[in-house]
Design a protein around this ligand. Structure first.
Ligand code: ZN
Length: 204
């Protein structure tokens, strides 16, 4: 089986709780400490086996790290681990999940080395919101329900508001409209991309 480690937590000495996102599940597994075990870290894509346990969590075994070259780039690694944290918080209490989450990590991982990671994550997040039915492409303010005409503020979950109704970072409506309709950040400046990325960091 293959999956992404979206969270690890130390328990008892050196044992680990390991949360893995696969195509269909978020698996909470247990790894007993062993000096000869390969190192594992949040963000790694791994091939692994599970040993089922009647009275306890499945045990994580035969872990093989499927590396990405960009993992040695510290800045990219930090952004990747931020993304893992967002996925973990969003999915940790759900057993079986839609394939989109795994697939989006696959898309990002493949392109993380060459593209701007923040742009990739924004584009992924739009697709996830769309799949979850949470993308507000009708441009109505969530405070007053009136249509938004030129400037738009974005907040967590990409809720939209008039600047005078709910003050957050402000963007040109047209740029956000293009983002929502095409899933592309091409019309956004790096400055806008940084601001939008910060909004995503507040939580899926
Ligand atoms: Zn309003």
């Amino acid at each position: 089986m293959q999956g992404y480690i979206i969270h690890t937590q130390k328990v008892k000495d050196e044992d680990l709780l390991v949360y893995i996102l696969t195509e269909e599940n978020v698996i909470k597994s247990y790894r007993f400490y062993g000096a000869r075990h390969a190192n594992i870290m949040t963000g790694y894509k791994i091939d692994f086996e599970l040993v089922e346990n009647q009275n306890f969590l499945p045990q994580l075994r035969s872990v093989l790290h499927l590396g990405f070259r960009w993992l040695t780039n510290r800045d990219k690694l930090i952004i990747w681990q931020q993304l893992m944290r967002l996925f973990y918080l969003h999915l940790k209490d759900i057993g079986s999940v839609d394939q989109i989450y795994f697939n989006e990590l696959e898309i990002c991982a493949k392109r993380f080395g060459l593209a701007n990671p923040k742009r990739l994550i924004i584009e992924s997040y739009i697709r996830i919101l769309e799949a979850e039915g949470r993308l507000h492409s009708e441009f109505e303010c969530f405070v007053c329900d009136e249509v938004i005409k030129d400037k738009v503020c974005l907040t967590r979950g990409f809720l939209l508001s008039h600047p005078h109704c709910f003050k957050r970072d402000e963007f040109d409506k047209q740029a956000i409209e293009i983002l929502f309709n095409t899933n592309s950040t091409i019309e956004l400046s790096d400055n806008d991309v940084n601001k939008i990325y910060q909004i995503i960091l507040e939580g899926f």
